[in-house]
Design a protein around this ligand. Structure first.
Ligand code: PMP
Length: 437
């Protein structure tokens, strides 16, 4: 094999010029702008199974999967059918429908960690509401979050966050009132001592500890169970609530998410995009007692015109019905493990400074020789230059990864063994190119 020419992006470039007239940076969510990788952003025209096609007709095997929700791949027939069926009767009523309870039942019956749930329209809203609930229940204001964990774009949580913020090298947002940021205590992941010190310093002031139990927005910073267990214990000792933000890990590492994977019961769990099968949904859930604090039962207000939207519920019901089938996760996770193990074996055989971290069907390519990467500080920003080259070379070989080395990749049920074989070969070639340079 030799170096491949860059893919044609003429049509995407034209569409990007137009989009720049209307949107800041030409996009409606920052990482999409391809700022930290080569070339103009690809404008996508179509997705089917594990494949994507851009406006220039380039075809890719997709490992971004719309940043996670498409665990069954694009355009899944069962999801499409269910959505179309429900759409025939109208799109939104701003009134309860049976579909909401149907999706809630699917979630709660298969999950021993929560008893009641509330649907929102995004992960951001779910987390924002969970924090408000924790503050309302404990009557305390401060929250603890971890450096590199991203919890959506609400004010209190845009402090030392991952995702697009770390991609663009500015980990806290402008426009956050100091008074809000002051209520957020940011601690390094995997640092029990710092958690303990914060609880001592701010005794009886901390409402909750929020963590992505599978931190997946600043690389994949897999924590030891021991650390998550410690958070459970210290929250209990201090009457603070533990929130697992499972917007990525929920229904991804298993039907009952990271809570089930580690078998740790958080007080509140937040879910996102994956429970809508590709439509905008989020949710937060907890025990019936905690959830009774939410309006109209309790005094913590939270609402949404399109919350529990029937079409989004339909997408979620169809997707989660598939995920709840016996053996679904075993097959997906084993397939992913075979894929990432083969890549790791290849890189190790060539002594490349490269590691693939994985949990379930989530993976992250890290240009490091560390055995474990558990904090954002352990990532060398210079290693992102290697990712940048890899990203371009992969696109040139028909493989689509999210356009940032800090973001994780996802394997879906729609990736066949043959697709993964093809992707593997391309990844081997790209590793050779990256490490030749
Ligand atoms: N929490 C986590 C862990 C996330 O990964 C994200 C987004 N990827 C969010 C919250 C915010 O979700 P949304 O983008 O749907 O608002």
């Amino acid at each position: 094999y030799g170096d491949k020419p860059d893919i044609v992006r003429d049509k995407s470039a034209e569409l990007y010029e137009k989009a720049k007239q209307y949107f800041p940076g030409g996009v409606n969510s920052p990482v999409r702008a391809f700022k930290s990788v080569y070339g103009t952003p690809l404008f996508i025209e179509k997705g089917d199974g594990c494949r994507l096609w851009d406006a220039d007709g380039n075809e890719f095997i997709d490992f971004c999967c719309s940043w996670g929700p498409l665990i069954l791949g694009h355009n899944h027939p069962k999801i499409k059918e269910k959505i179309i069926e429900v759409m025939q009767n109208g799109l939104t009523f701003g009134a309860p429908t049976a579909l909401e309870s149907e999706l809630a039942e699917l979630i709660i019956k298969n999950n021993k960690y929560i008893e009641k749930i509330r649907f929102t329209s995004s992960g951001t809203e779910a987390v924002m509401s969970a924090i408000r609930l924790a503050r309302g229940v404990t009557k305390r204001d401060k929250i603890i979050k971890f450096e590199g964990c991203y919890h959506g774009h609400t004010d209190a949580l845009l402090v030392k966050a991952g995702s697009g913020l770390v991609t663009f090298g500015e980990t806290s947002s402008a426009g956050i009132p100091k008074a809000y940021a002051d209520e957020t205590i940011v601690i390094s992941l995997n640092d029990k001592e710092a958690v303990k010190a914060a609880f001592e310093q701010f005794k009886d002031q901390i409402s909750c500890v929020i963590i992505e139990p599978v931190p997946a927005n600043n690389g994949l910073l897999l924590q030891d169970k021991d650390f998550l267990q410690y958070l459970r214990e210290i929250c209990d000792e201090n009457c603070a609530l533990l929130i697992f933000d499972e917007v990525i890990s929920g229904f991804r590492v298993g039907f009952d998410g990271a809570a089930g994977y580690y078998d740790i019961k958080p007080d509140i769990i937040t879910y996102g995009k994956i429970i809508g099968g590709g439509l905008p949904v989020g949710a937060y859930g907890a025990s019936a007692a905690i959830m009774s604090n939410i309006s109209p039962e309790g005094s913590v207000y939270q609402a949404g015109t399109l919350s529990g939207n029937p079409v989004a519920m339909a997408g979620g019901i169809a997707q989660l019905t598939e995920l709840a089938k016996a053996g679904f996760y075993k097959e997906l996770n084993t397939k992913t493990e075979d894929f990432t193990n083969a890549i790791q074996r290849y890189a190790s055989s060539k002594s490349y400074k490269f590691k693939v971290f994985r949990i379930g069907s989530i993976f992250w390519f890290a240009f490091t020789d560390l055995e474990k990467v558990q904090t954002s500080e352990a990532i060398d920003p210079k290693s992102m230059e290697k990712f940048k080259l890899m990203h371009r070379e992969l696109l040139n070989r028909g493989i689509y990864l999210g356009p940032s080395g800090y973001e994780v990749g996802f394997v879906s049920a729609a990736h066949s063994k043959l697709d993964l074989e093809k992707a593997k070969r391309a990844i081997f070639e790209c590793l050779d190119i990256v490490f030749r340079n």
